[in-house]
Design a protein around this ligand. Structure first.
Ligand SMILES: [Zn+2]
Ligand SMILES: [Zn+2]
Length: 151
C-alpha cells in the first residue's frame, strides 16, 4: 500500500506505506505535518473502507495517470505530425505519426492501474484491491465535501 497526502502547512507531499496511526504525520520539509485520525479500515477483501487520515468512507477511483505528462506526450505527437503534414507535406508519415500517437495514448490509458482518492482529504491510495462499488469522480459528492455539508 502507498498513501500520498500532503502537508496542510506547506503543501509538501507526504508518503506513507501503511494506514497511519492517530496523531501527527510529520512533514519533512516544515517540521509540522498533518493530523491523522488513525481510524483507517480495510474491508474483508482488503479494500479501503475508511480513510486513515480523515475517517471519511467515500472515495472515487481514477487512472493512475500523470495528466501533465499525458498532455505533453499528446502535444509532442501532434506537433511532430504537423511538421510532416504541413511543413514537409508528407501525408503518409504525418498520418502514421497520428495513428501511432493515438495507440500510445490508448496503451497508456489501459495499461495503467487505478488509484483511490478520498473525497474529504484528497488522500491518494495505491496498491489496494478495489471495492467494486467505488465509482469514478462524482461532482455532487465532491461538492458536499467541498462546501462542508459533510465531514
Ligand atoms: Zn510541511
Ligand atoms: Zn481522507
Amino acid at each position: 500500500m502507498e498513501i500520498n497526502t500532503f502537508c496542510p502547512e506547506c503543501e509538501n507531499g507526504i508518503f506513507l506505506s501503511e494506514l497511519p496511526r492517530k496523531g501527527l504525520v510529520p512533514c519533512k520539509r516544515c517540521g509540522k505535518g498533518r493530523q491523522a485520525s488513525g481510524e483507517g479500515e480495510l474491508d474483508a477483501q482488503g479494500a479501503l473502507a475508511r480513510c486513515g487520515i480523515c475517517s471519511c468512507s467515500e472515495f472515487y477511483r481514477q487512472k493512475d495517470f500523470n495528466t501533465k505528462l499525458g498532455l505533453w506526450i499528446t502535444a509532442f505527437i501532434l506537433g511532430l505530425a504537423l511538421i510532416f503534414l504541413v511543413v514537409k507535406d508528407n501525408l503518409k508519415v504525418g498520418f502514421a505519426i497520428l495513428v501511432a500517437g493515438a495507440l500510445v495514448d490508448l496503451f497508456l490509458y489501459f495499461g495503467l492501474g487505478d488509484i483511490l482518492i478520498c473525497y474529504s482529504c484528497r488522500g491518494i491510495y495505491r496498491g489496494l484491491p478495489f471495492n467494486p462499488e467505488v465509482e469514478g469522480f462524482d461532482l455532487k459528492i465532491h461538492d458536499d465535501y467541498a462546501f462542508s455539508k459533510k465531514k
